[in-house]
Design a protein around this ligand. Structure first.
Ligand code: NAD
Length: 344
């Protein structure tokens, strides 16, 4: 969408703007007409996508700050007045790492959320969309997980840190009137449709990303899932395209304008695919019969985690529009031009 067709002009603060989902979000929000302010300390993210977007859209539309949220968030609010809404993507999000280093997850994910909310209160910014996760539901009790599903974030420190962040945000709503939407993501996949911005996690823990790298001969593809009770013996997950996912954030930002009470939505396609089905789609799209190496088995994988997206569909009017094939194609373009992700 060109600058002549701008619809929205609000200023949005994106935390974790240099990360996988945050950088794709910056692109999408700019395309839609928003003004973007990004913050990231690049501990897990990259300046590359933000520099690329700034050269395309100009400094008047996107500015980004290299700051740790815990220490630098106030300086960003001081420089950037009139922030309308915050989208809080910044976090550590590797389940396995959280089981070895809980201190990173409680130290970072909780502290950045508190620092951000304190700054929002001080600078009178009253709306936040928070990246949460279906991991807060723990062991699924239903074939399609809806928002009334029991919450049990006891499986690992990552899910606990995300759920604690949710509860802290809820306190800032009750005490300081900061209104929120929690989006509980299922498994995120794909890159921007033109493949210009994508995931750089090294190593990535995203199945589709890893399978595409395996197909392109960039890395060995390792099967790390345990045998579970599904038709082909591999876990079934709900793979949501990163553009579809971020489109839901645009809808959430609009929805917060018309609401004075918070809400929670699951964000998934409502369709489950096994690990082997995803590998088959990658083989079909790339035409490559790559080798599958047996890796070290992960512990505690549930057999099936698939969203009910009835609530987000009926209230926010969100529907996924990308197929698995679309996501794989975007990743093939992304990894062909960036085999090892962003360099910086
Ligand atoms: N990727 C998924 O499948 C998935 C699923 C469910 C939820 N989520 C949530 O989505 C969000 C984004 O995930 P992602 O895959 O883009 O992760 P990512 O690691 O690519 O991005 C996170 C970004 O936050 C930044 N960050 C971390 N701590 C910071 C700090 N103290 N100060 C400033 N910046 C900091 C990192 O440098 C990184 O750029 C996370 O909150 C994650 O919990 C992701």
């Amino acid at each position: 969408m060109g600058s002549g067709t701008l619809i929205h002009m609000k200023k949005i603060l994106i935390t974790g703007a240099g990360g996988y989902i945050g950088s794709v979000a910056c692109n999408l929000f700019l395309e839609t007409g928003y003004e973007i302010v990004g913050i990231d300390n690049y501990i897990r993210g990259f300046k590359g996508p933000l520099q690329q977007l700034q050269s395309k859209y100009g400094e008047e539309k996107i500015r980004f700050y290299e700051e740790d949220i815990r220490t630098g968030i106030h300086s960003v609010f001081e420089k950037e007045s009139d922030i309308d809404t915050v989208i809080h993507y910044a976090a550590f999000c590797d389940v396995g790492e959280s089981e070895l280093h809980p201190e990173l997850y409680f130290g970072n994910n909780i502290s950045i959320t508190v620092a951000l909310l304190e700054a929002m209160h001080k600078y009178d910014v009253k709306k936040i969309v928070f990246s949460s996760t279906c991991a807060v539901y723990g062991e699924p009790q239903k074939d399609f997980i809806d928002e009334s599903h029991l919450v049990d974030p006891s499986s690992h420190p990552y899910s606990a840190s995300k759920y604690m962040s949710e509860r802290i945000i809820n306190w800032y709503y009750k005490i300081h009137g900061i209104n929120y939407i929690f989006l509980r993501y299922f498994n995120v996949c794909g890159a921007t449709d033109d493949g210009s911005i994508g995931d750089s996690k090294k190593p990535s823990f995203h199945l589709m990303q890893n399978a595409v790298r395996g197909a392109l001969g960039i890395d060995e593809f390792k099967l790390t899932c345990p045998k579970v009770n599904t038709p082909d013996g591999t876990p079934i997950r709900d793979y949501v395209n990163v553009i579809d996912l971020n489109n839901a954030h645009i809808k959430a930002v609009d929805y917060l304008d018309s609401r004075s009470v918070p809400d929670i939505f699951n964000l998934g396609t409502g369709v489950g695919n096994s690990v082997l089905e995803i590998v088959a789609v990658v083989k079909k799209i790339t035409g490559k019969e790559f080798e599958i190496v047996q890796g070290e088995l992960r512990k505690g994988d549930v057999s099936r985690a698939v969203a009910s997206n009835e609530k987000i569909s009926s209230i926010l009017g969100w529907k996924p529009t990308h197929s698995l094939e679309d996501s794989v194609k975007s990743l093939v373009t992304w990894y062909t031009s960036h085999p090892h992700g962003w360099e910086e």
